[in-house]
Design a protein around this ligand. Structure first.
Ligand code: FMN
Length: 275
């Protein structure tokens, strides 16, 4: 039997797939809908040309005012990946895969430009500029995820690089005005480790038309989603936590941020006042 987009949507919405218009079948959509994070990789290096293609995909993403206020550090050196894996809560996939891409909110280029021009700039001191650079880094990275998956590779984001952001910045020799935002592991998925499409909330829980309206059935829908996510976790040999307990635990307090509760100080130390 052939695999269809409807099958993928059933997994994405745990059996409650929204109607799908067949003429929207498209390889780009098919690839996007099949996304799953990969956490077991082969150590095989990326084939020649793949990294260049991924960088081109990243640079093809939209960027606020064409300012291109992001950079990416391609970390291949094993010892460096080992250190970064340890800093990110001992995430083995960082050391296992051939490449870790560290995405950087980078105003240092603009600062060098200003210096060379003998002109002062100060808008990088505002929160919006830092947010803009972080958003742009996210857009570029997600283009890499889409491109890598289309090429048969797997990826997983590493937000935990912010647990020790200052140390990460030091290890990567980031200049003033440059701040690591997150990592992205890229490599060939280990075929011995199955991955699956993780269910999401029903579309009606996250989509609003014209005005935000808390859905009447929000609690029931989330209870259903908890059941679906526990089933996914059971089927994939993961702890059966469900969604609600995970959300409440992850957002419980500053300590549950695993070091990221100090991010403001780290960002300020990198030269952003966050005014
Ligand atoms: C910004 C960001 C940071 C993330 N950080 C981590 C991480 O440090 N470690 C990890 O294993 N997964 C990380 N993830 C992956 C998420 O856990 C994953 O995307 C989510 O559980 C949904 O699963 P899926 O990607 O397989 O659909 C991160 C994802 C994002 C978008």
């Amino acid at each position: 039997m052939t695999h269809t987009t409807t099958d993928d949507l059933h997994q994405r919405y745990a059996g409650h797939a929204p109607a799908w218009t067949p003429h929207l079948e498209h390889p780009v959509l098919q690839s996007l809908l099949r996304h799953r994070s990969v956490r077991r990789f082969l150590s095989t290096p990326l084939a020649p040309g793949v990294l260049d293609a991924l960088v081109a995909a990243a640079q093809s993403a939209p960027t606020s005012s064409n300012l291109q206020t992001w950079s990416v550090v391609v970390v291949q050196e094993q010892a460096l990946r080992d250190s970064l894996a340890a800093l990110a809560g001992h995430q083995a996939h960082i050391a296992q895969a051939p490449v870790l891409l560290v995405w950087v909110a980078d105003l240092s280029r603009a600062l060098r430009l200003a210096e060379a021009a003998g002109q002062a700039i100060e808008a990088h001191q505002y929160l919006d500029t830092y947010l803009m650079a972080s958003v742009d880094a996210g857009l570029a990275a997600q283009n890499v995820v889409a491109a890598a998956e289309a090429l048969g590779h797997g990826t997983v984001y590493i937000g935990a690089l912010r647990n020790h952001a200052r140390e990460v910045a030091r290890l990567l020799a980031l200049p003033r005005g440059a701040m690591p935002v997150f990592g992205l592991v890229v490599g060939l998925p280990d075929p011995a480790a199955a991955t699956a499409i993780k269910p999401r909330l029903a579309p009606a829980q996250v989509v609003h038309f014209d005005r935000y309206r808390v859905p009447d059935d929000e609690q029931e829908q989330i209870a259903d989603y908890d059941v679906a996510l526990r089933a996914f976790q059971r089927a994939n040999g993961l702890p059966e936590v469900g969604w609600t307990p995970a959300v409440l635990q992850r957002l419980k307090n500053g300590q549950s941020l695993n070091g990221r509760e100090h991010l403001r100080e780290a960002v300020q130390a990198a030269g952003f006042e966050l005014r």
